[in-house]
Design a binder for this molecule. Structure first.
Ligand code: ASP
Length: 333
């Protein structure tokens, strides 16, 4: 092989964690394949200019992922990214919690190589399997030297999404992953990567060792519901709590009182919305309205989804940020 050809080869680390992309048919339903899954790369999955090293991180369904395991994954990715051996990293993951692992990696990783998450909505055992195509797309994206500028990305269904924005929208459809309100950053078209948009900014954790405090709760408000759960979280001495409020960030009167109770007990209470597009903001000045919640000491968190905000808060508390520092960070949203 000439030097020129050799220099175009991109070395990609394929980090496997489990999920449907690794599953096969069991006697009652889909089960995780045992051990390292060689089938992942069968067929035409590896693009011409790519050399893949497969690294098994775990082999679990993604509902079994925990913030602790996600942290370990982030540390492993950081190690691979800084080792100088790879031009890019692809992570395969179950779709259920993929957006959480990808988000934590996005706010933590500082290294300048592409990190791309992918998955399958259908296993090898099902008709119309999507895993091989998604993995091929992810390898192509990870092989593109421009992609690190996008932060951590998620590639499924020929679309490239920002980890901070993407979410699983559909339980079963292969076009499940979308970035509501933002759209994809680009596309995979056969062997071409079309980068169309670039995020203008990206929320990053301050430098330091990644640590996750598990005493952070999440309460989704519904009519007549939520106050008891918030008080319970505070009584359990949770260090942080995400409240998924209505609309612009408003809650029932008894929930507002519970928020005040939690704040007074020292819990850092952050407000997100149960709407899936748009920012929370204190615009309503009634009891339980956003202005009232802010006055009671709750921190508004822009348009970040509750489950991602919880991971962020777990990391902030784990990394010993105080309430003022967390509030400053969330002002960026
Ligand atoms: N339940 C599976 C998981 O998240 C779904 C998938 O991988 O698509 O592991």
């Amino acid at each position: 092989m000439s030097d020129q050809t050799e220099s175009t080869v991109r070395e990609i680390a394929l980090v496997t964690t489990g999920g449907t992309i690794e599953m096969t048919a069991g006697s009652r339903g889909l089960v995780i394949a045992d051990g390292i899954n060689h089938n992942l790369l069968d067929g035409d999955v590896i693009p011409a200019n790519v050399r893949v090293t497969q690294i098994q991180f775990s082999s679990i369904p993604s509902p079994h992922m925990t913030p602790g395991i996600m942290r370990e994954l982030c540390l492993r990715l950081e190690e691979l990214a800084s080792g100088g051996k790879y031009d890019g990293i692809v992570v395969t993951h179950g779709t259920d919690t993929l957006e959480e692992s990808a988000f934590l990696a996005d706010i933590y990783l500082k290294k300048q190589i592409p990190v791309v998450f992918t998955a399958a909505m259908r296993s090898h055992a099902e008709m119309g399997v999507d895993g091989p195509r998604n993995l091929r797309g992810a390898l192509l994206v990870a092989a593109n030297p421009e992609v690190h500028k996008l932060g951590v990305t998620v590639v499924l269904g020929d679309e490239i999404h920002a980890a901070g924005r993407v979410t699983k929208t559909y339980t079963s459809n292969v076009s499940s992953f979308a970035s509501p309100g933002y759209g994809p950053l680009g596309f995979v078209d056969q062997d071409r990567i079309l980068l169309q948009r670039m995020p203008l900014w990206r929320l990053l954790l301050p430098p330091g060792e990644l640590s996750m405090n598990s005493n952070v709760g999440l309460v989704r408000i519904a009519s007549g519901f939520g106050a008891r759960e918030i008080r319970f979280s505070a009584d359990c001495e949770d260090k942080g709590l995400v409240v998924e409020a209505f609309g612009r960030g408003n809650v029932p009167v008894d929930v507002a009182a519970a928020v005040e109770y939690a704040v007074d007990k020292g819990t850092v209470v952050c407000i997100s919305s149960r709407c899936f597009i748009g920012r929370v903001l204190g615009v309503y000045d009634y009891s339980g309205g956003g202005i009232d919640l802010e006055q009671k000491g709750a921190i508004f968190a822009g348009d970040m989804q509750g489950h991602k905000l919880r991971l962020l808060l777990m990391a902030c508390v784990g990394m010993k940020m105080n309430r003022r520092e967390i509030s400053e960070l969330l002002k960026e949203l």
